[in-house]
Write a protein that binds this ligand. Structure first.
Ligand code: FAD
Length: 321
């Protein structure tokens, strides 16, 4: 049976995050031919609706309010509850981002309904949809079915392919007026870390450094390679603890979980807590001078050697492409 599915589009600093399009793609599978409605919150964000149509949304519900300019659990939950109340969807899909992880359990519990979080793929469609999600820090996967309605689903960034964009596709934008109240006052919301532009959790390529990089300056070639490949720099906790880089770059069990197309681990031993954050990357390349390093067990390609010799060669090769 076809279903109506609401997707919460995530915008940051005037641009939609890629995970919004991935969530629409997931919603299409869950809807099985039903309507996919994108909910768009913010202030002066109506211009973003076109991209949502191009990536598969059938309709957009726009909630604009000064209190939705920045994310707050209070404001966004009131807006999302209003959309759910109006649309009465069978499912609501969000990105498994900091926002989605915070908002989805709050709204699902308010509606006394279920949440399937951190979904990496969906098998089947509509009533037959089964959701695959990693458990035990990615060491195993479980397959889950919906047992409540409306069902909340969060999708892990970079796992579900967005639909091919249909340039110029448009649709109806319905404006919903929501009286957002009871807010805490946000004094300052976004403190930008120096991530050189590419968002780590959505990066297609990550060059990640560990304690083997030895210093803050040692990260320079990693940044250069990441820039050449249009990617982002990540790090192990070992490197963060040693103050070679900021904790915002940490990948792993207590850092960010990433699934880029290409993960290059440089001077990282491959502790289980690090693997928890990156072992689902599509292709893993490891550079380590220790041939017994655990990282080679998950690597598709391994280079046994001194990173200070290997990195300049790799950069030269990429420049020559
Ligand atoms: P090391 O283990 O010291 O490895 C350095 C590697 O560099 C070695 O393999 C070495 O052979 C190689 N190397 C050295 N010099 C060179 C060179 N010149 N050329 C090539 N290779 C070289 N860790 C995380 O990363 N993320 C987490 O989220 C995380 N969460 C944790 C949570 C808990 C509760 C605990 C207990 C630990 C957690 N850790 C986490 C820490 C984790 O256990 C490891 O200590 C950490 O990942 C090690 O970082 P590393 O691989 O950079 O350093």
């Amino acid at each position: 049976m076809s279903k109506k599915v609401v997707v919460l589009a995530e915008a940051r600093e005037g641009a939609l995050r890629n995970v919004s399009f991935e969530a629409i793609s997931a919603a299409k599978k869950i809807s099985d031919g039903g309507e996919v409605v994108a909910a768009l919150f913010g202030q002066d964000v109506s211009g973003l609706a076109n991209s949502l149509f191009e990536y598969g949304a059938d309709r957009v519900v726009l909630v604009e309010h000064p209190h939705l300019n920045f994310y707050t659990a209070d404001g966004y939950s009131q807006a999302l509850l209003a959309v759910v109340d109006q649309e009465k969807p069978e499912a609501i899909v969000l990105g498994h981002t900091a926002l989605g992880k915070d908002l989805s359990p709050k709204v699902a519990s308010r509606l006394q309904t279920g949440l399937i979080s951190d979904v990496t793929s969906i098998e089947g469609e509509g009533d037959d949809a089964q959701f695959i999600r990693p458990i035990y820090s990615g060491k195993a996967f479980e397959k889950v079915e919906a047992a409540s309605e409306p069902l909340f689903v969060t999708v892990r960034p970079n796992n579900i392919e967005p639909l091919e964009a249909e340039a110029g596709k448009t649709g109806t934008v319905d404006t919903l007026s929501v009286d957002i109240t009871n807010l805490r006052t946000v004094v300052e919301n976004v403190i930008r870390k120096a991530t050189d532009g590419v968002d780590l959790s959505e990066a297609k390529v990550i060059v990640s450094g560990g304690r083997g990089v030895k210093s803050e300056e040692g990260f320079a070639p990693l940044k250069e390679l990441a820039n050449l490949l249009g990617g982002a720099v990540g790090a192990s906790r070992g490197a963060c603890d040693a103050e070679y880089c900021d904790y915002s770059l940490q990948i792993g069990q207590t850092g960010k979980v990433v699934t880029p197309d290409l993960y290059i681990a440089v001077g990282i031993s491959g502790a289980i807590q690090h693997l928890a954050g990156m072992s689902n990357s599509k292709i893993i390349v490891a550079i380590n001078k220790d041939p017994e390093a655990n990282i080679f067990k998950v690597a598709d390609y391994g280079i046994v050697g001194d990173l200070f010799e290997v990195m300049p060669l790799l950069i030269e090769e990429v420049k020559a492409l």
